[in-house]
Design a protein around this ligand. Structure first.
Ligand code: SF4
Length: 319
C-alpha cells in the first residue's frame, strides 16, 4: 500500500504532534487580476467569498492593497483582524482537539500583493503569535518581488517554516487565457526554483476540469510541476459558483464540469505519480451552500472524499 504524505502526516512527522493551518483573510487584500493591473474580472471561476467564508464577516475596505500603495491606513486594522482570527480559531481547535501548534495560512486573494512594509508587519506579527511554527502564503507567480523572498528566507534562517502556495492551475497558456488568468506559464518554473533556494517550501495549486482540458492535459500539468522539484501540491476539481463568468459559460452550454468518476480516476493516476516526499495538501473541494451551481457532487466534501478514498484504496493507495 502506498501511503501518501498528507499534510497531517507531514506535520506529525516534523513536529511530533498535530499542527493546524489557521486560515487568515484580511480586509484590503485583492489581486492584480481583479483590480485591473493585469486584467479585470478575475479568473472566470473566482469568487473569493465562497473559497474563504471568513471574508464575509469582514467590513468592506475602501483601500485596496497593491505594490504602489505608499501609505496603508488600515494596517492596524489588518493586524487586529489577523490576531482575532488566530485567537478564535486556535481557541476552538485547542478546546475541541487539544491542538497547540499552528501555521498561519494567508488564504484569500493574493497575499504578497501589498506594500513591502505591510507584508513585513503582518508576517512579523503573525510569527509572534503563540505556538505559531510558520506561515503558508497563497499568491500568484506575478506577485512576487525578490525582497519578499529575502524577507521570507530570513524567517527560514530563524527556524520558521515558510511555504509559498503558487496558483498555477494549468501549464497550458491556451487554458490560462480561457480562464482569464492574466498570466501565462512562462517564468513559473524559474520562480519556483528561485523560491526554494531561499529555503522556502513551495506548494503548487492545480485545477482539474478546466474548460477545454482533457485528461492528458491535466496529467501533463501535474508531471510538469513535479519536474520543478516542488514540496507540496493541492489539486481540486473546478466547481461553478453563482455570479461568475464560468456560470455564464455553463448556462450557455459552453462548459461541462468534470464528473466525480473521471476526477477520482485522475486523482488515482496523479497520486501514483507524486513522489513520497511531496506533501499532498488537498485533493478535494466544494461549496456546501446554495452558491454552488455545478457539479452537484462538489456540494458534500465528505461524500466526495469517501468516493475518492475508496477508489484510491482499490488501487493500493492510502490517503
Ligand atoms: S488569482 Fe485568485 S484571487 Fe485572483 S482572480 Fe484568480 S482566483 Fe481570484
Amino acid at each position: 500500500m502506498k501511503q501518501i504524505l498528507t499534510i497531517g502526516r507531514y506535520f506529525k512527522s516534523r513536529y511530533r504532534q498535530m499542527v493546524r493551518k489557521v486560515p487568515i483573510s484580511l480586509q484590503g487584500f485583492t489581486c492584480p487580476n481583479i483590480d485591473g493591473s493585469v486584467a479585470k474580472g478575475g479568473c472566470t471561476y473566482c469568487k473569493n467569498e465562497t473559497f474563504s467564508p471568513s471574508l464575509l464577516s469582514l467590513e468592506k475596505s475602501n483601500i485596496n492593497m497593491n505594490f504602489n500603495l505608499t501609505y496603508n491606513p488600515i494596517l492596524d486594522k489588518q493586524v487586529e483582524t489577523l490576531k482575532s482570527q488566530f485567537y478564535n480559531y486556535s481557541k476552538s481547535h485547542n478546546d475541541k482537539f487539544g491542538t497547540n501548534k499552528y501555521m498561519l495560512y494567508f488564504q484569500s486573494f493574493s497575499n504578497t500583493y501589498a506594500p513591502y512594509d505591510t507584508l513585513e508587519t503582518l508576517y512579523n506579527e503573525g510569527l509572534k503569535l503563540p505556538n505559531v511554527v510558520g506561515l503558508s502564503i497563497g499568491t500568484r507567480t506575478d506577485c512576487i518581488e525578490d525582497r519578499i523572498l529575502e524577507l521570507l528566507g530570513n524567517y527560514v534562517k530563524n527556524k520558521k517554516e515558510i511555504w509559498l502556495e503558487y496558483g498555477i492551475q494549468s501549464i497550458f497558456d491556451s487554458t490560462l487565457r480561457l480562464i482569464n488568468r492574466g498570466h501565462g506559464i512562462a517564468g513559473a518554473k524559474e520562480l519556483v526554483q528561485k523560491t526554494r533556494k531561499y529555503g522556502i517550501k513551495v506548494c503548487i495549486h492545480l485545477i482539474y476540469g478546466l474548460p477545454k482540458e482533457n485528461n492528458e492535459m491535466m496529467i501533463a500539468s501535474l508531471k510538469e510541476v513535479l519536474s520543478w522539484g516542488i514540496d507540496g501540491i493541492k489539486i481540486h476539481p473546478l466547481y461553478i459558483v453563482k455570479d461568475t463568468a464560468i456560470e455564464k459559460m455553463y448556462n450557455a452550454n459552453k462548459y461541462e464540469p468534470i464528473s466525480l468518476e473521471n476526477y477520482a480516476d485522475l486523482i488515482v493516476q496523479s497520486l501514483k505519480l507524486i513522489p513520497h516526499n511531496v506533501v499532498v495538501q488537498r485533493i478535494s473541494a466544494g461549496a456546501h451552500d446554495d452558491s454552488l451551481v455545478a457539479p452537484k457532487w462538489c456540494f458534500d466534501k465528505n461524500i466526495q472524499m469517501r468516493y475518492i478514498r475508496d477508489r484510491l484504496l482499490e488501487n493500493g493507495i492510502a490517503y
